[in-house]
Design a protein around this ligand. Sequence first.
Ligand SMILES: Cc1cc2nc3c(=O)[nH]c(=O)nc-3n(C[C@H](O)[C@H](O)[C@H](O)COP(=O)(O)OP(=O)(O)OC[C@H]3O[C@@H](n4cnc5c(N)ncnc54)[C@H](O)[C@@H]3O)c2cc1C
Length: 291
Amino acid sequence: MKPAPFEYHAPATAAQAAALLAELGEEAKVIAGGQSLMPMLILRLAVFEHLVDLRRAGELRGIEQRADSVWIGAGTTHAAVGRSDEIRRSVPLLSRATPLIGHFQIRNRGTIGGSLAHADAAAEYPAVALTLDAQFETLSPRGRRTVPATEFFTGMWSTDLAADELLTGIEFPIRRGRCGYAIEEFARRSGDFAVAGAAVAVGIDADSRIDRCGIGLFGLGPTATRATATESEVIGHRVDTVAAQDVGHSATAGLNSVPADLHGCADYRRRIGAAMVARAWRRAVEEASND
Ligand SMILES: Cc1cc2nc3c(=O)[nH]c(=O)nc-3n(C[C@H](O)[C@H](O)[C@H](O)COP(=O)(O)OP(=O)(O)OC[C@H]3O[C@@H](n4cnc5c(N)ncnc54)[C@H](O)[C@@H]3O)c2cc1C
């Protein structure tokens, strides 16, 4: 199938793109890499009279190290994120998540901002952004805002972004000290969206007590989530007294909107989710312990 006809706009700046969105209203949609939007347009699951392409807005692309954070422009492709030495050093969880996204053709076109704005519950980047306490920078004709990841994802394919608001960049804090990071997912085939997955970030102090913990879940609800109760439970404990399997069970036990579809019932997904949390926990703890 072909998309319904639309008018194509290619503004040169993010400000021009936001102004266009405000002017054209609900009939307009931003397109970045098109890796989620194009299939929807082609299948006519979505129809927009205007597409506002962000490709010419160079200010939306790039990776910058700041004092205590790394800033990534929303228009930066997954491939650029994946090959960045800066990100490998400073935000290793993001580097490890990137090869799990689709195939290299998709990673060459798809953007980090597109993935986060699309907010698929089974996507890797939303869970990673939650786990690492990322901050989202936005722009609309009303000005700029910063939104913490915990407030950005509001439900199934929905975010805190207003219709005329662009995601311009994402800031990831750089963690110092003894830290470990891991992401694990189960997918039916390589390149598929995960049936269930988990990202873990662990920090331990000089006594090997857990002093920081982030556990992000994906494919296990209408949106990526953090297992906040489990995170609080483990803080302060010596890392060698916490069993990975218990962390997995605890992180998934309270989930009440686990999806059921042709890939598996809710109980199956929950069990896989618990196993993915446990695996990621083991690897993250091992890395933190050897740091
Ligand atoms: C076969 C296939 C397999 C895939 N597998 C995976 C996978 O395993 N894991 C995964 O995470 N993803 C997967 N994807 C999706 C892919 O990662 C997309 O790149 C990503 O979801 C969207 O990024 P994009 O830049 O292509 O966004 P687009 O498709 O251009 O846009 C997606 C949505 O985000 C909005 N948007 C884009 N940029 C902005 C912005 N800066 N500000 C505000 N709104 C914006 C658009 O309006 C649209 O609603 C897969 C895609 C395909 C086709």
